[in-house]
Ligand binder design. Structure first.
Ligand code: NDP
Length: 449
């Protein structure tokens, strides 16, 4: 059960729920932000007068389209594509594309809504959007992936542009897919418009550190949370869920900073390796050979595979959920706390249920919500756009220093805002309010549009 919402935002939530029936994840994301906003409306009554929250909850534009394609045997398939252009008060719509069978409008809207505040937190000139398709890339050949991406972009391209809407990757969309999408965009428009997509390959407009950015950034955020508590990542035992882009580079940076990652996972099971996960082996299996994480245990002496196992039951000091939404429920959160977990950094979007978040906050552990902790990915996408605009390419070290500075700044601003609004140490409140105020002020300045 949810605690009641403050009176001044309850009616707004009921309206969002009624107007977006059946979109549970979207309701969850909106509710979490509204829980933080009551004191903001008291301090800024103009936001209520101008119905800024109601406007923010309604996407500027929602595009749903047919994606027909043929598999290698000639069979025809029809998928559904989405792009929700949520808010452009601060810049062009910016946010990833997700290819996963679970994708529907409610998922895309929850992701787009969160993206608006996350992008504002980075301090960079980017609005928020998200998209994807209910396409399952698992087991598909390269040629099938290419045909799907080409069909998807054939419709989507008319809505994109470096000053309009700039997608990137997310679950199921990595460097290979961005390449096929960019190729089709270039072909349809006859323009080499590098800034229209981010996550591009190095050598054709991509930025160093973009691939690593979400995971590295999440670790930088956890490092900062521990620093204000007089602690550090050195020697900490960690677990990381998933074994995709975010998980891999979270593991890599945790290990670089002296922590030991003893477990990771995929949607089928959990791998435990008490010697510390061999991140190069995970990269080889997932990025190169596109195999299951179960194979890790067959290749690495001493590692165990737990089919269908629950990662959160493995005792750790730092947990970094980096797979998908609602992967830590209230019971998992209680288990983590009971086992001595002192910090949770969300690499994934909304991986902790509302009950799980309450458990972490009540236990007083350092909890970094995704909006703040995983903002390094989109921030580095904006750095990629900067390099594209100036036809420049920066070194790895320079770009990583910028990412680190951005994450350190997000930590500092969310910390300060939480304190200002009477919830010291609560980064959920800090992130929601900081992001909201930045977007709301810009919306007021731009008039009723
Ligand atoms: P990938 O597709 O690279 O990896 C996803 C990982 O999560 C895989 O190991 C996958 O396992 C697992 N996973 C996906 N869906 C489920 C599920 N329903 N149940 C259990 N495990 C699942 O995606 P990313 O690493 O890019 O994204 C991971 C999370 O991070 C997402 O929440 C995404 O929105 C968020 N994020 C990503 C950013 C980025 O830059 N890529 C930026 C900010 C946030 P399997 O292979 O078995 O499906």
């Amino acid at each position: 059960m949810h605690p009641p919402l403050p009176e001044n935002v309850e009616a707004i939530f009921q309206q969002v729920r009624a107007r977006n029936a059946g979109e549970d994840e979207f309701h969850q994301a909106v509710r979490e932000v509204l829980e933080s906003l009551a004191p903001v409306l008291v301090k800024y009554p103009e936001f209520a007068e101008q119905k800024v929250i109601e406007r923010i909850c309604e996407p500027e534009r929602q595009i749903i389209f047919r994606v027909p394609w043929q598999d290698d045997r000639g069979e025809v398939h029809i998928n559904r594509g989405f792009r929700v252009e949520f808010n452009s008060a601060l810049g062009p719509y910016k946010g990833g594309l997700r290819f996963h069978p679970s994708v529907y409008l409610g998922i895309v809207k929850f992701l787009g809504f969160e993206q608006v505040f996350k992008n504002a937190l980075t301090g960079m000139p980017i609005g928020g959007g998200k998209g994807g398709a209910d396409f399952d890339p698992k087991g598909r050949s390269d040629a099938e992936i290419m045909r799907f991406c080409q069909s998807f972009m054939t419709e989507l391209h008319r809505h994109l542009g470096e000053h309009t809407d700039v997608p990137a990757g997310d679950i199921g969309v990595g460097g290979r897919e961005i390449g096929y999408l960019f190729g089709q965009y270039k072909r349809l428009t006859n323009r080499y418009e590098s800034g229209v997509l981010t996550g591009k390959g190095i050598g054709w407009g991509g930025s160093l550190v973009r691939r690593e950015a979400t995971g590295y950034g999440a670790v930088f955020f956890v490092r900062e949370m521990l620093k204000v508590r007089g602690d550090s990542l050195g020697g900490k035992t960690c677990i990381v869920s998933g074994s995709g882009n975010v998980a891999i580079y979270t593991i890599e940076k945790l290990q670089e900073l002296g922590a030991k990652v003893i477990a990771c996972s995929d949607s089928h099971g959990v791998v435990v390796d008490e010697q510390g996960i061999d991140v190069d082996l995970v990269k080889q299996l997932k990025e190169v050979e596109r195999r299951r994480i179960a194979d890790y245990a067959t290749l690495r002496r001493g590692a165990r595979y737990l089919p269908g196992g629950n990662l959160w039951e493995i005792p750790c000091q730092v947990a970094m959920p980096s797979a998908t939404q609602n992967e830590i429920n209230g019971r998992d959160a209680r288990t983590l706390v009971a086992n001595g977990c002192i910090a949770v950094g969300e690499g994934a979007n909304m991986p902790t249920t509302p009950e799980g978040i309450r458990v972490f906050l009540e236990a007083g552990i350092a909890f970094g919500p995704g909006k703040a902790a995983n903002a390094g990915g989109v921030a580095t996408s904006a750095l990629e756009m900067q390099q594209n605009a100036s036809r420049d390419s920066w070194t790895f070290e320079f770009t990583e220093r910028k990412l680190d500075a951005i994450m350190t700044d997000i930590h500092a601003s969310t910390w300060a805002t939480a304190e200002e609004f009477g919830s010291p140490g609560n980064y959920v409140v800090g992130a929601n309010i900081t992001g909201f105020i930045r977007v709301a002020k810009a919306m007021l300045a731009l008039g009723l549009i």
